[in-house]
Structures are given as C-alpha cells and as structure tokens.
Design a protein around this ligand. Structure first.
Ligand SMILES: [Zn+2]
Ligand SMILES: [Zn+2]
Length: 739
C-alpha cells in the first residue's frame, strides 16, 4: 500500500512579491488543496500583503465545504535582513530569511518585524536586522531561505566557518524553531550547481549541530508550464532583454506535488517530514484576534457596554418613533442588537463611533452623517448615525451580518472639515494609533510605462494581465484606529510619506483595528453653512432630521429643473410622473446607469396607471413599489425571505455565493426550486425568479446608498425652495452620466 505523503509548501511567493512572482493568492490555495496538501504558508518578499486576503479566502472555502476544516494557512514573510541596520549603508549585505508565525504572539511579532522593515529599515526594499529579531522572535519559526539567505550565501562564497557561526546564532535565538532550508531546482543552471554545493555543506552543518532540515521549493509560479511566463515577466519587470542566464529562476520554482517533493528528497526523508512538524506546531487564527483594549467609555450606572448601547438605542428609538415603539421596529432592533452584542467587541466599537459622532457635532460643531451602508441599520438610525429610516424605506441591513471583528462604518462630513476631524481623532486616540488605508492596484500598462517599462507588448502574449504585480495607492478617505501598538495588530508600510496598512481596505474589517471611512461631502458643508446663516438671521435652529420629506414646493422645484441635481437627466422623467414622492425620486436616481434605464418608460406608465399582474400578493408587495421593474438588491432579499421563506442567513449566503461567482450553485438552485414548488409557483416563474437572482451584481448596490444620497440632495433642494435667500448655487457639482 502506498503510504500517504504529507508535504506542504512553506516558502511561497505571490503577486505581492513586488514584480517577482506571478501566483494569485487564491490560486495558490486552490492548487495546494487539489494536490492534497494540508497547509500552505505565504512568504512574500518583505511584506505580508497577501496574508489577510489568503486567511479570509481559506476561511470562506472552509465554510463552503470546499476545503477541509483542518487545512492550515500559515502567515509568513521572506524578510530582507542585514546584520546591523546602522552600518548597512547600501543593500549589498541584504540577505533573505523566511519567517513564519507559529502563534498569536508570533503573528504580532511578524507584523512588527514587517512594519519595522518599512518604517525603520527601508532602503528601496524593507529591511530588518539581527537586533530586531532578538527583540521580536517569540512565536516565530525561522528558516534559512534560498541561496540569497545568510547561511547559504556564506557557504557559496566559501566562508563555511562564518556560515557555521551564523547558524549557531540562529539556533541559539530560535531553538527548535530554526530550520535549515534545502532547495533542489534540478536543471542545467549555475543556480542548481551552487545549490548542490551549498546543500552538501548545509547537511554537514546540520548533522554536526543537530539542526532540523526542511525541503522547500521557493514557489514563484503555480504550474510547471508557467515557467516561461515567469521568465518573460521577470525580464519585463527588470527591463532585461530576454536572456535566461540573466534571470534567477530555473523553471523549477512551481508548486510541486507532495510526490514530486518526496521523490526529489528521497535521500533525506526527514526534510519532508520536518515540514509536517512545522505545520503541526502552527496554531494561529488571525481572523479571531481582537483588540480588547479598544473599549468605549461607559457611564457608571451601566454594568457594561452592551447594557449602555441597549439603553441608547431604546432612547433613540423613542425619539424617532414615539413612546410606543411599533413592534416591527422592536423586532428589527432586537435582531440587530443580538448580532452586535454576541459578536466580539461590536458593542464597544459602535459606542466609540457614537461617541465620535457626538463629539464632532457638539465639540467641533460640524455636520456629520452616515451615508451608504449604515442607512440600512435601525440601530444606526436610533443612534442618530444616519437619518434614513430603514423600515420606512424597506432597507435590508447588509452591515451587520458578516462575522467579522469590525463593522465597516463611515463618517460623512463637510469637505472642509476633514482636517479638523482627523486632528480630533489623532488627539483622542494618539496619532501613532491612527493611520491611513491603502489600496493595491495591479500595475497595469500605464503604470508599467510610468516606471520606465516600455516593452509591454508581452502583456498581450504570455503574461496574463492579472499576473502583473500590485502597487500601493493611498486612499485618504479611510483612517484606522486602534487603542495602542498599531504595529502589533496590522503590518504597516509607507506610501509616499504616509504610514498605511499593508492590508487592503476590504481586508481590514477582519483585522483588529477599527476602520472608519472619512468622506468629505461638499453638500454637507453647504447645509452646515445654510443652517448657521438661518440661525444668525432668523434666530432659530433647524434640525435637518425634521425637514418634511413630502414638501410640495421642494418637489415642484426639482421637477421644474430649477435645482441642480447630480443626475439632471432624471428631471424630464420626474415631470412625466403624475405624482412624485421621495421614493420615485430615489428610484429614478438609482436607475441611472443601470441596464434597467431602458425600462424607464415602462416604469412611468406603470406608476401612472398600475396594470401589472403578479403571481402572488407577496411578489406584488416587492415589485409594485418600483413600477414592476427590478432595481434594488433589497428586492431580491425580499423575494428570498418574504416569498420563498429563506432565513436572513440563508439569503445572505446565497447572495455572497452569487456575488463571488461561485461556480457551483446547483445545491442553491435545488433548494430554491423546492421552495418555489412548495409555494405553488409554476416552473417557468421559478426559473424567471432564479434568473433575477443571477442579476444581483448588476442591480443598484443597496438602495440604502441611494436613499441617503437622495436625502442629501432633497434637503438642499428644500432649502432652495423654502430659504432661497440663504442658498448659494453649487459650482463644484459633478454630473452623473445618463445612458
Ligand atoms: Zn529568497
Ligand atoms: Zn523566496
């Protein structure tokens, strides 16, 4: 019987290795699983940029049952290391060192080391030194790396004695967690000849000192047949002419199967099984970490933050809905509160946001509002973080359903107030605990050109566009806050002069820090100015939330085209409607730019003279308000939950799978058809509904976004209609294109 070979790759590069590798993070994981491996590490050069993305992907695949629950993802980096940064004036002494996180402590130290490389040791590449390792080695497994590693390089240079000294230094520091790496890139190359010599000495040193050996393959591309693409890419990115001897790859650096690796090291079996020893040692789930020091201030009358949050929400609910709160509202509050109080420190996080909002309003005297996703939440509405009533506008809460440590929450403030708010946050949390967020974009043709790389014709040939490396672009809109020691919670780097996270914004919601989007809205500055003038001249306060949403003069003004709208093209259609309410205003706004724009005549006809027949009253309730056409994602949630009897969780899972374009939706479809038949729908109409679900992506991305934006536009129009003497036309307006 063939015995099972356990082998996993622990030295692996992705597209985040700064134009040095072409592996996409998700493909690395898929291929490893396909090859029967039970773990994979990621060790990009100097950075941890792929770490959170891969951890999230693995977790999601596990939830879907595509990856076994025992599969381990190991966060790591291949650090650039020098002995002493103070004397490393140039990069001639820079060597490689593979570092893997073994535990939570190890992950935190890895984040620190990777951050320090950028913040303190940067010289074209992020560098760390021995002193940093001495300080932050706990919980980390170190491996000697490729021929670029300290020990292999000394051996290759004929300095065996020095190599031995360095080996002992590492063994002394890391103990059993130091491993000698052995790579065998069998080929007719200088590299392989050097490897053979270096390996021979490494083996001798290992035996002499009882050091552990592991086999790695320094993976730079996934399949053997990608070798040429890797080559082309290297030439391209390094501005070399294509000349294999110039390129430091042998064609063997692919994700080899466990069988291939065992075969390659059949004479040193411990190099294979020691890999499993490392895998067994690793025990870290970076998605479950949370910053327990990030706590909100709670008045002493309350036992804890959850109690205090409940109190504030109920108080807010009474202010919004009156003393007798409708049961629908109470149910929704209960559902959201259950989620917020059961998940990690959500209650604290939301209280912190509440506190920030309150301070911006009272201490700084500025306008602040949560647009977008927050508008779907009743808790946010009751806490006055948004003015959009999710019940009234039938909004689904898409904010509180992911089991992520943090909620993606935003502050929308006047455009001129961004500096003030950032300063306030820096004062409150300490500027060292406040950083920006970064977005990584593929180095597309233009940026390659900007980097002096002109030979981009190859991009159309061998190199796939999505293999192109990722470069960082700073997004000023977002700030990340933590209670203390940012570097231990998030790997940092620098973009221009700004300290930013190595993780992308969409991965930060799974990290421990509190991410807040800060967006400057010109119209909020205008509203703030108008309110101030009204108070100065007329002597009274107007609260924006008290502005009536059915003001006739406001709609007359909008329909006359007397108010500049970001979507002016909807004005002629508003005029065709017999009666315009805020909801129609929102619908037309949302439809601009969608394929449904073609159905606008149908929408108007149906609104003016409803004639459509629906297969059931429940279906009618969902589609009639939008003139019988499908505009919003919320309508599909309504279809699943109200018509097909899905739970919220089931509906959101299906939504995720469709949006992630999961190939196999068969089991979802079977469930859908079963429920449809049970409810007496014909096969044809079930198919029609199923086709609608597949359109999820091309629908208006959450009507909450449109409702809140329209509300802002409506409020300004209200001031123009009713307080024209205080109204100044917007000269900076932009116009959304109608098609
Ligand atoms: Zn290396
Ligand atoms: Zn490497």
């Amino acid at each position: 019987m063939k015995k099972e070979i356990k082998f996993s790759h622990l030295h692996v590069h992705s597209i985040y290795s700064e134009i040095d590798a072409i592996c996409k993070p998700d493909e690395l994981i898929r291929r490893s699983v396909e090859l029967g491996m039970n773990a994979i590490a990621i060790t990009d050069h100097g950075s941890m940029k792929a770490v959170m993305e891969m951890a999230k992907f693995v977790q999601k695949q596990k939830e879907r049952g595509c990856i076994d629950a025992s599969f381990k993802f190991i966060p790591g980096t291949e650090a650039y290391i020098v002995e002493d940064l103070e004397t490393a004036y140039d990069n001639s002494s820079v060597r490689h060192l593979v570092l893997l996180a073994k535990s939570e402590v190890g992950y935190r130290n890895l984040c620190r080391l990777s951050s320090l490389g950028y913040l303190e040791g940067f010289n074209r590449i992020p560098r760390i030194d021995h002193k940093m390792l001495e300080k932050y080695h706990e919980g980390i497994i170190a491996c000697s790396a490729c021929l670029g590693g300290e020990i292999p390089r000394l051996i290759a240079d004929g300095k065996e004695d020095e190599a031995e000294k360095v080996l002992l230094w590492y063994m002394n520091l890391f103990g059993d967690d130091f491993y000698i790496e052995m790579q065998r890139h069998v080929s007719d190359t200088e590299i392989y000849r050097t490897q053979q010599h270096v390996n021979e000495v490494l083996l001798r040193l290992a035996n002499r000192h009882g050091a552990n050996i592991i086999a790695t393959n320094d993976v730079h591309f996934i399949n053997a047949e990608d070798a040429e693409a890797q080559d082309e890419f290297m030439c391209l990115s390094r501005k070399y002419k294509k000349l294999r001897s110039d390129v430091h790859y042998t064609g063997q650096e692919y994700l080899k199967s466990p069988e291939e690796m065992e075969e390659l090291f059949s004479d040193i079996p411990e190099a294979i099984y020691n890999v499993q020893e490392i895998v067994d040692k690793v025990n870290v789930d970076i998605l479950s970490l949370h910053d327990s020091s990030l706590v909100a201030p709670v008045p002493k009358d309350f036992e804890n933050s959850k109690e205090y949050l409940k109190f504030l929400v109920m108080q807010g609910a009474m202010a919004r809905y009156g003393k007798t709160i409708p049961s629908e509202v109470l149910n929704r509050i209960e559902e959201e509160m259950r989620y917020l109080t059961e998940n990690k420190n959500f209650a604290d996080y939301l209280l912190l946001i509440y506190d920030i909002y309150k301070s911006i309003r009272t201490e700084l005297g500025l306008q602040v509002i949560g647009l977008g996703f927050m508008s779907g939440s009743i808790v946010c509405y009751c806490l006055h973080l948004t003015d959009v009533d999710p019940i009234k506008y039938g909004l689904t809460n898409l904010l509180f359903y992911k089991d992520a440590p943090h909620l993606p929450i935003a502050l929308e403030i006047g455009i001129d107030d961004i500096g003030k708010v950032r300063r306030y946050l820096a004062e409150k949390f300490g500027s060292e605990n406040l950083i920006g967020a970064v977005s990584f974009v593929p180095w597309k043709e233009n940026s390659l050109k900007n980097n002096g790389i002109n030979n981009i014709a190859i991009l159309d040939g061998t190199i796939r566009q999505d293999w192109v490396s990722y470069g960082g672009v700073l997004i000023h809109a977002n700030v990340l806050i933590c209670a203390n020691d940012m570097m231990s919670k998030l790997p940092l780097c620098r973009v221009d002069d700004n300290i930013v996270s190595q993780y992308k914004m969409k991965e930060i919601d799974c990290s421990e820090v509190c991410a807040i989007g800060i967006y400057g809205i010109y119209d909020l500055s205008r509203i703030g100015e108008i309110l101030k003038q009204i108070k100065d001249k007329n002597g009274y306060d107007i609260r924006t939330e008290d502005i009536p949403m059915n003001d006739k003069s406001t709609f007359d003004l909008i329909c006359r085209g007397d108010y500049f709208l970001a979507v002016n093209c909807i004005v002629p259609y508003l005029k065709q409607l017999n009666r315009v309410t805020f909801c129609e205003f929102v619908d037309l706004w949302a439809v601009v730019g969608l394929p449904q724009w073609k159905q606008i005549a149908e929408y108007i006809a149906e609104k003016n003279n409803p004639q459509k027949m629906y297969p059931s009253p429940a279906v009618e309730a969902i589609f009639k308000p939008t003139g019988g056409i499908l505009i919003y994602r919320e309508q599909l949630f309504g279809l699943l939950i109200d018509v097909f009897g899905y739970t919220r969780k089931m509906a959101l899972d299906l939504y995720d799978d469709i949006l992630d374009s999961v190939d196999d939706l068969q089991s979802h479809k079977e469930e859908f058809v079963r429920r449809g038949l049970e409810r007496g729908f014909s096969v044809d109409s079930i198919d029609e509904f199923w086709d609608m679900l597949r359109q999820w992506e091309c629908l208006a991305p959450k009507s909450s976004v449109y409702v809140s934006n329209c509300m802002l536009d409506y409020r300004l129009a209200y001031f123009k209609a009713n307080y024209s003497e205080f109204f100044v036309e917007n000269e900076n307006g932009y116009e959304k294109e109608c098609n």
